[in-house]
Write a protein of this length. Structure first.
Length: 74
């Protein structure tokens, strides 16, 4: 019996969702979720293959601070 994939929910601003939805029209991606999942896998594969983070440690901390300020992280 095939294993079923488990999923979780990631929240993004509605405005960003709408932009992505418009961008993926007629691309073959069935949903915004599948497109975002694809992008995240690509970033992770690239980081793994290069042995480096896709951005500098300082950038990651700036992103974390910004996400906290926006209420996405505690």
């Amino acid at each position: 019996m095939p294993r079923r994939k488990k999923f979780t929910t990631v929240s993004i601003p509605v405005q960003l969702f709408e932009k992505i939805k418009k961008q993926i029209e007629n691309t073959g991606f069935p949903s915004v979720s599948s497109y975002v999942g694809y992008l995240l896998r690509e970033v992770l594969v690239e980081a793994h293959e290069s042995g480096e983070m896709p951005f500098a440690r300082e950038d990651a901390e700036k992103i974390r601070r910004r996400l906290r300020a926006l209420g996405y992280l505690r």
